[in-house]
Design a protein around this ligand. Structure first.
Ligand code: CDT
Length: 300
């Protein structure tokens, strides 16, 4: 497995410049024997939800893909096929009906689409909040994904996808865990400054690993968390990409906040150690005790 962390993408970087970086990391992954390489969330552009762009709609639209592959991304699919390597890629999707999603895709070693995921948990806010040092307008620029968490049989196992904020919610992992997932791929963009409660700022790193390690262990699955990190357009974002085993242990971690490939040998049979023992769902789960979880959002 390769986890291809990206450093910042500037506002005026072209798609071609970004795809060059992705291809370089993909080739490196292939050279190191990877079968699958994971790129971050919104990996083709800068993290544009940091700006309120209602007065410049043509700029806003420029951040979305209307085709996948499109003219600039076809190269990535061709390269994958040439190298016989799969990939996960996050991007902003604009559908032919004009719907906007924060999306990821899983592509196999023949360059064919395995599955598509549209982000379920959209963080941030809908309206311009000028008092913030920067915006987090995912709730303005995207619709909540309507399809939930699926899994796909690919790469000799059961694969799942999620995006960034999803990783903080235990339901994300459990819904896929219940479908016997063996590897969950998660791209993220996490600013180090959290405006609604800056007391959380120094805990970003801790929380990042806490949730993904817990999700891996409690569901007996691999979790691959891949950042777009570093200072992007003045906003510092968490790096610390990781490959986490079903034991909850981190087996590889990024050392930089730039473009960096992490590699690990991920034996999917390791999942069985947890799925067939302590977390034997069939034997030990008590779903009738958990009805609150799907009946309501809160205790209201
Ligand atoms: N991209 C994304 O989902 N980022 C959020 C930032 C915190 S909410 C403003 C995250 O959960 O990491």
């Amino acid at each position: 497995m390769g986890a291809a962390q990206l450093g910042p993408i500037a506002k005026d970087n072209t798609r071609n410049e970004v795809v060059d970086r992705l291809v370089t990391l993909m080739k490196e992954a292939s050279d190191q024997g990877c079968e699958l390489v994971v790129f971050p969330e919104l990996a083709l552009t800068t993290f544009f939800p940091r700006w309120y762009l209602d007065d410049v709609p043509e700029e806003l639209n420029s951040y979305y893909e209307t085709e996948m592959p499109g003219p600039e991304t076809q190269r990535l699919f061709d390269q994958a096929k040439l190298l016989s390597i799969g990939f996960y890629l996050g991007y902003a999707e604009l559908t032919s009906e004009g719907r906007r999603f924060n999306t990821s895709i899983l592509v196999d070693e023949n360059g064919s689409l395995v599955g598509k995921y549209r982000k379920v948990h959209l963080p941030g806010h809908e309206e311009h909040e000028p008092e913030r040092p920067f915006q987090h307008l995912e709730r303005r620029y995207f619709e909540e994904g309507p399809d939930g968490f699926s899994v796909w049989e690919a790469f000799g196992g059961v694969m799942g996808m999620a995006l960034c904020n999803d990783r903080r919610w235990p339901e994300t992992y459990r819904v896929m865990g219940l479908q016997n997932v063996e590897m969950i791929l998660i791209g993220y963009n996490t600013p180090l400054h959290y405006a609604p409660d800056p007391s959380q700022n120094p805990l970003q790193s801790f929380h990042n690993h806490l949730v993904m390690q817990a999700g891996a262990y409690q569901n007996g699955t691999w979790v691959i968390g891949v950042a777009k990190g570093g200072v992007e357009e003045g906003v510092d974002s968490l790096a610390e990409s990781v490959i986490i085993a079903p034991s909850g242990q981190i087996v590889a971690q990024a050392k930089t906040s730039g473009d960096e490939l992490l590699v690990a040998d991920c034996d999917l049979d390791w999942c069985k150690h947890y799925k067939d023992t302590l977390f034997d769902f069939d034997r030990y789960r008590r779903p009738e005790m958990y009805e609150f979880i799907t009946r309501q959002k809160t205790d209201q």
